[in-house]
Structures are given as C-alpha cells and as structure tokens.
Design a protein around this ligand. Structure first.
Ligand SMILES: *Cc1c(COP(=O)(O)O)cnc(C)c1O
Length: 358
C-alpha cells in the first residue's frame, strides 16, 4: 500500500546546489548543514549525495552518531557542542568536531582525561545573542586552547542574525566585530550561512556553512531559489481523492470559512496538517493539480485539503497534485502560511513517504 503523500527528493538537485555554493564561494571549504535529518530530506541519503562537501554539520550528538554508524568518515561538526563529560568522551572517540560556546564546556574540557583528544571550534557571539563567547574573550580562549595538549583548536565561528535581510545594518557590524576579535589568532574562520553565501561575500572567509540553499530554497526574505540559480530538491505530492460539484452558497470544510460563490467543481486532496502541510495556509494558497495552478479553499484538515477547480474543470480523482516543489516554489507556500521554508521541510511527518531519485 503506498501512502497518499510523498516527498520526492531529487539528489542531482542537491548536487547542483552544492556546486552553486562552490561557484558563489570559490576556493572555500564547505560544511554542509544536515541537522534535523537534513531539513527533513533524510540525513544519510543527503550526506551520501553531498560527497563533495568537505564536512558535515549537525545539531545533536545523536545526529552525528547516526552518520558515524553508517560509515560516514568525513569531519562532522557538532554545532552546539556537548553538555556532559560522557558526551564529550563519545565525541572524542568518534572524532567529532565540537563547537565550544559556553564556559560550562570549558570546565568539561578540564575534566576530560588526557587520553582523549578533541578538535574544537570556538564560537563568538557577535550579535545573535544566542550561543557564543563575548568577542573580547577570543584572545584568552585562544591561549587556553593552545595550552591544552589534547585540544586541537581548528578555528573560530560566529553566526549571522539578520543576513536574510539585505538592508539590515547588523550584518556589517557582526562581520567587523568578528574580524577584529580573531585578528592575529591562529585557526580557520567560519561565518557564512546560506544568506551569507548568496548575499554577503565578505562573510565567506575559510569555511562556509550552507543549509537551506542546498535544499533548493532561497535564504533571503522574499527571495526565490531561482534568483540564486538553485534547484528545488523536494517535491511534495499527493493526489485528488474526490471531486464534487457544489452549489452556490455551500460552505467548505471545518468552520465553513469559504463559501462557493457559484455552482462549481471542488477537489479534495489527500494531504493535510497530519502530513506536515501547514494548517495556517489560507484560502488562496496555490496548489498544482495536474500541472495547473488552482487555489486552496477552506481550512486545512488533518488528512485533506479542498481546492477550487473552476480553472481546471476536467480534473479527476487520481490526478497528481504538487503542494510545493518544481511547479510551486516552497517559499511561496511558506509566505502564505506565515512561516519559512525551513519549517515546512522540517515538519513533514512520518506519514509522508520519502522517495529518492537520482
Ligand atoms: C543551521 C546552521 C547553518 C545553516 O543555516 P542556513 O540558513 O540553513 O544556511 C549554519 N550555521 C549554523 C551555526 C547553523 O546552526
């Protein structure tokens, strides 16, 4: 029995997007962000497809261990490091690279038995005010790291808070604060997420850290993948499971929030918020039925959505439906639903079948 909703993942599009990163940030090393199961695309398959990435970045120790268990040999960076001595030993044993961002992690380092060697990045907080040491501590942190024979300081990292907005003044401030803090210190530099890669060349430095752009969505507010030469990787699909002719005045779905203005054909698509389609997508959100754009009408239910078929009166049960992908930019759905493509990707549920193609 096949499931009603499928996410088709085109691996060649991932590879194309990785090449886009290479041409936008030539000569830089690439740390591919594949946290949260590669933004819902499947971390193991994505890691394999991105064989050309220099390193992989994940959020949790579990995510890193899953990759190692499946034989991943490349550098894996734990973007928030670890919180316990046990996890620090595991990270050392598995040759993971840790990002140190908090004094509690420095204390763990002093407790770590000298048999364990750790490769670390140090994260500085230049304005995100989430993780990182104050930039003015960079020099003493560098001295501390270099005084420990079992610590290999790989380099320095910071994260951009507002790079998705080209007119925001914070980014230049962050770039300058970082440059100033690490000036003269040993180690590589890493600043750019996808938005930095596409819009702020100064942030490219030694290592870039692309995430969302690899999956073929624009990192910029109001942007589209095609603006940056990116190809959508995921196509979320389902099918029409019913088609009706309703009468003027009929209300659609829970709350009857949409009323038919005339006698008209209405389709029911086999996908809903139980699959991860956003419940806040309003009436008017585009849906592609059999290659043609129609509009969502009424509220998104758990297992279904309804669509206005007046523009496509020949539509039939079984017709293919795309919710986002090559025909409908995921950014457009995210904007309609008041969220970002990152969240739409990550929130697909286990009910959606993931199908890979080359
Ligand atoms: C997730 C993440 C990235 C990738 O961000 P995108 O906006 O998806 O490109 C880069 N750096 C850090 C520290 C991250 O957590």
């Amino acid at each position: 029995m096949s499931r009603r909703a499928q996410a088709y993942i085109r691996l060649s599009a991932l590879q194309h997007n990785l090449q886009r990163v290479r041409s936008l940030a030539p000569e830089r090393k690439i740390m591919a962000a594949i946290k949260a199961d590669a933004y819902g695309h499947g971390a193991l398959k994505v890691a394999t497809a991105l064989a050309d990435a220099d390193a992989l970045a994940v959020a949790t120790l579990d995510e890193a261990m899953q990759l190692r268990w499946h034989g991943e040999q490349r550098a894996i960076v734990l973007l928030a490091g670890v919180q316990s001595l046990d996890d620090m030993r595991t990270a050392a044993e598995q040759k993971l690279q840790l990002v140190l961002h908090d004094p509690s992690q420095l204390r763990l380092l002093t407790e770590l038995e000298p048999v364990w060697t750790l490769a670390v990045w140090i994260k500085l907080d230049t304005g995100m005010h989430r993780l990182g040491f104050p930039p003015e501590q960079a020099k003493e942190l560098s001295v501390l790291a270099e005084s420990k024979s079992n610590v290999n300081l790989l380099g320095w990292m910071t994260h951009l808070a507002c790079a998705d907005d080209l007119s925001h003044p914070a980014t230049t401030g962050q770039i300058n604060a970082f440059k100033h803090a690490v000036s003269g210190l040993h180690g590589a530099r890493s600043v750019a997420n996808s938005a930095g890669i596409v819009a702020w060349p100064e942030t490219h430095q030694d290592w870039v850290r692309p995430g969302i752009m690899l999956y073929g969505a624009s990192p910029l507010v109001g942007g589209r993948a095609t603006d940056h030469g990116l190809q959508p990787v995921m196509s979320l699909r389902s099918e029409l499971i019913a088609v009706h002719t309703l009468s003027a005045g009929d209300g659609i779905g829970y709350g009857q929030t949409w009323t038919c203005p005339e006698n008209m054909p209405v389709g029911v698509v086999g996908i809903g918020y139980g699959d991860g389609y956003p419940r806040h997508a309003p009436s008017g959100t585009p849906v592609l039925v059999d290659g043609r754009r129609v509009s969502l009408i009424g509220r998104v239910s758990m297992d279904m959505i309804c669509v206005d078929l007046r523009e496509h009166p020949d539509a039939r049960v079984g017709d293919a439906v795309e919710l986002w992908g090559e025909g409908i930019p995921v950014e457009e759905i995210a904007e309609a639903a008041g969220t970002i493509s990152y969240e739409l990707f990550c929130r697909l549920t286990g009910r959606v079948e993931i199908i890979y193609s080359p």
